[in-house]
Write a protein that binds this ligand. Structure first.
Ligand code: FES
Ligand SMILES: [Fe+2]
Length: 451
């Protein structure tokens, strides 16, 4: 028996294969004032948020011409409108007459947009079509001449992206290598089945730092080590020059830190059964489940409607591919679901930010037949849910969960924000596996110091 255990341990230890492609130099010291200073926050807005591609929304939210959504970021508000030709245009949500906020709701559908102040009316493509007393303008009739302030907008991966910088690079240049990975998945076939938003009591960067390292997993999320191998030595990291990065964490593989490393637990058992494998075949050798599951998913994927499996490397069939899209968004892909978590700046207070948690899912089966897919349920971060688009739910912090793992992260960031104000905090002292945190801050400062 001992020999059997030892053999497993040796086999498991020999299969460790992590990599980190770059070590980043400490170009900036990560001190508390970066998270508490109003000046720093204003500089970030002017020099960084206004220059990067931001995600304004989820495409399926505005399917028909005239459908619109607004997205607030800091003190800016962006209006995105579906056009007759099905493209989407983005505008600053401000009336060019005298600066009134034009649209006051999160979403809706409108043939045109009328300002509540003096009644100027704009069509869906942002052109002024009515002004009261149009003959009374010494500079000339504004109709047909004055437009809403349009900004670059692109749709990619069913996400609506906008950039407040009219001279920006196209989105594909901003995403760089990340796009090669996204293209392998099937975001366009997904529905957003979970969508919660919450104002949280910490600077937006606190949670970004958290998503830029997995060093916190054993302490902060001890419940996941029976499914994910949290050991950095067995994890691949890629840091891209664009500022984005990727962590590939092995799934369906209990961590060596887990007491039951070689035991089949409930989560792995559920995966095996779901893919027609017999958990009994893996008793005492849970470390063999990952590879077997990859093979089985490769074999059965298309039959279950997951054609994109054919485009993916084996690792992606079981592992978490966790991207940080600079500056504010994490998108974590697993084979069947994609989650998006982000923080964005509060309008005035560096001690607060706006947190979004979305989950997108592919249909569990390519058949709607209840006989072949009796539950028709897909995974959300809290439970199994129906495969349908959901509306935004605004959550008051502390009053409702944002999922178990997210609650743990949000709790740590909240406590960290208190510490950022401490005179005793002299700046972060980072481990090698936290190099993405250093990269993140280096890139922020490169934006802030640019002309
Ligand atoms: S500010 Fe909009 S019509 Fe005057
Ligand atoms: Fe976490």
């Amino acid at each position: 028996m001992t020999n059997f255990k030892e053999k497993n341990l040796i086999e498991r230890a020999n299969s460790v294969s992590g990599s980190a492609n770059k070590v980043f130099q400490e170009e900036v010291k990560i001190t508390g004032d970066r998270y508490t200073s109003v000046d720093f926050m204003e500089k970030e807005m002017d020099k960084m948020w206004a220059k990067v591609w931001n995600i304004g929304g989820w495409c399926n939210e505005i399917p028909e011409p005239g459908d619109y959504i607004t997205h607030e970021i800091g003190r800016e508000s962006i209006l995105m409108v579906r056009q007759e030709d099905k493209s989407i245009k983005a505008f600053h949500n401000v009336c060019p007459h005298r600066g009134n906020r034009l649209v006051h709701s999160d979403n809706g559908s409108a043939a045109d947009f009328t300002c509540t102040y003096h009644g100027w009316k704009f069509n869906q493509s942002g052109t002024l079509i009515y002004a009261q007393d149009e003959e009374d303008f010494p500079q000339g009739n504004p109709c047909g001449k004055i437009n809403l302030s349009e900004i670059p907008c692109e749709v990619y991966g069913s996400l609506i992206w906008y950039n407040m910088d009219e001279n920006c690079f196209p989105l594909s240049g901003f995403l760089g290598e990340v796009k090669n990975y996204f293209d392998m998945h099937d975001l366009d076939g997904m529905k957003r089945v979970y969508y919660k938003v919450c104002e949280v009591p910490f600077n937006w960067k606190a949670l970004r730092d958290n998503f830029n390292e997995s060093y916190h997993l054993p302490m902060t999320h001890p419940q996941i080590i029976d499914y994910f191998d949290d050991d950095y030595k067995n994890t691949d990291f890629e840091l891209f020059d664009t500022g984005h990065n990727l962590m590939k964490m092995k799934g369906c593989l209990p961590s060596l830190r887990d007491k039951g490393t070689f035991e089949i637990n409930e989560k792995i058992e559920a995966d095996l059964i779901n893919w027609n494998l017999d958990p009994k075949d893996f008793e005492g050798k849970a470390h063999k489940a990952r590879e077997a599951l990859q093979k089985q998913k490769r074999k059965l994927g298309s039959k279950r409607g997951f054609d994109h499996f054919e485009r993916m490397p084996d690792a992606w069939l079981t592992d978490a591919f966790h991207f940080n899209i600079f500056p504010g968004t994490s998108i974590t892909f697993t084979a069947e679901v994609v989650s998006l978590q982000r923080t964005e700046p509060h309008p005035t207070d560096p001690n607060k930010s706006i947190y979004d948690h979305w989950q997108m899912a592919l249909k569990a089966n390519d058949s709607d037949d209840p006989e072949t897919n009796p539950t028709m349920l897909v995974a959300s971060p809290e439970d199994m849910v129906e495969w349908k688009e959901v509306e935004k739910k605004v959550v008051i912090f502390g009053e409702e969960t944002l999922s178990e793992v997210a609650d743990q992260d949000l709790d740590r960031s909240s406590a960290q924000q208190l510490g950022f104000h401490s005179r005793g905090f002299k700046g972060a002292y980072l481990s090698g596996q936290e190099n993405r945190v250093q990269q993140f801050h280096n890139i922020i400062d490169r934006y802030l110091n640019s002309e």
